[in-house]
Design a protein around this ligand. Structure first.
Ligand SMILES: Nc1ncnc2c1ncn2[C@@H]1O[C@H](COP(=O)(O)OP(=O)(O)O)[C@@H](O)[C@H]1O
Ligand SMILES: [Mg+2]
Length: 283
């Protein structure tokens, strides 16, 4: 027997990747339509630092999911470039994982077996089992490992979906309105969970949300996407504003400073807020 087999193993069972920096340079995505070409995204320039949490907010249909799909390599830009740590994203990238509003679990597999699906190809059986157990523990599902999706609540299914995304040790975690279908209380718990996950697993997070409060609670920066009229007179979505959220996580949900930012963001989304009206009245 070789000495390598006898040597004590000092490394973790499944190596965690490092968080990746993400760069979008002048990204454009248009779709050919019967009535002519529809520009969805144009002039998107964004940089995410490794390990950063960046939230994306914007009106429905403005191109948030399209942006996320581009970063994950599920779709390609019409022009411009997307790279992770300087390497271009060409196909579905091994370094990224994505989770959606619906958990998309396989109903005939247990939660543990669903999480297992996310493991990197070639993971050894025993290491995989250990990693799945570790992830189920991280998302608070130890007791539900052998249950099937139909037997658990929406929040639990979504926890399993997050664990499956984490199973591949992504350097970039893409979340498309991940808590959008959950009740308000479960959503708050999931936000806390996401912060715990982020502290435990090294990953950069790009989070699409329609919940401005969620964006301000979780993110280092918030990108406000909005339709901007270009030189040709046609409109397409771009990053209208980038807001750096002050303070360190976990943030105080009742912070007055966040309330002002919230009003600011809502205004950017075209929502008139009482906050603004009342400040104008007292002037
Ligand atoms: N494959 C596609 N073909 C044509 N149009 C598309 C395609 N994918 C997205 N779109 C259009 O791009 C726009 C943005 O979609 P999406 O990114 O899903 O918006 P959001 O996630 O912000 O609600 C929509 O008008 C949608 O119809
Ligand atoms: Mg969407």
């Amino acid at each position: 027997m070789s000495s390598a087999l006898l040597a004590p193993r000092t490394s973790a069972p499944v190596a965690l990747g490092a968080a990746n920096a993400v760069r979008l340079e002048n990204v454009e995505r248009g779709f050919p339509m019967p009535e002519g070409r529809r520009e969805v995204l144009r002039g998107v320039d964004v940089e995410l630092r490794a390990g950063e949490i960046v939230a994306v907010v914007g009106p429905s249909g403005c191109g948030k999911s399209t942006l996320l799909r581009l970063v994950g390599g599920l779709d390609a830009p019409t022009s411009g470039r997307i790279s992770l740590d300087g390497t271009g994203v060409t196909d579905t990238d091994e370094r990224t994982a994505i989770a959606f509003q619906e958990p998309r679990l396989l109903p005939w597999r247990t939660l543990a077996q669903n999480v297992e699906l996310g493991l990197p190809r070639g993971t050894r059986r025993r290491d995989g089992r250990e990693r799945v157990r570790e992830l189920l523990h991280l998302v608070g599902l130890d007791h539900a490992a052998d249950q099937h999706p139909r037997e658990v609540s929406g929040g639990m299914a979504q926890r399993a979906s997050l664990a499956r995304a984490l199973a591949r040790n992504p350097g970039v975690l893409l979340l498309d309105e991940p808590f959008g279908a959950l009740d308000a209380l479960t959503r708050l718990r999931m936000q806390d969970l996401l912060l715990e996950i982020h502290a435990a697993e090294p990953t950069t997070v790009l989070l699409v949300t329609h919940d401005v409060e969620e964006a301000l609670f979780l993110a280092d920066r918030v990108l406000l996407l909005r339709s901007l009229v270009g030189e040709t007179g046609t409109d397409a979505t771009s990053v209208a504003r980038t807001i750096t959220v002050p303070g360190v996580r976990p943030r105080d949900r009742a912070d007055r400073g966040l309330a002002d930012l919230r009003a600011d963001l809502l205004e950017g989304l075209g929502v008139d807020t009482h906050h603004r009206i009342s400040t104008e009245e007292t002037r």
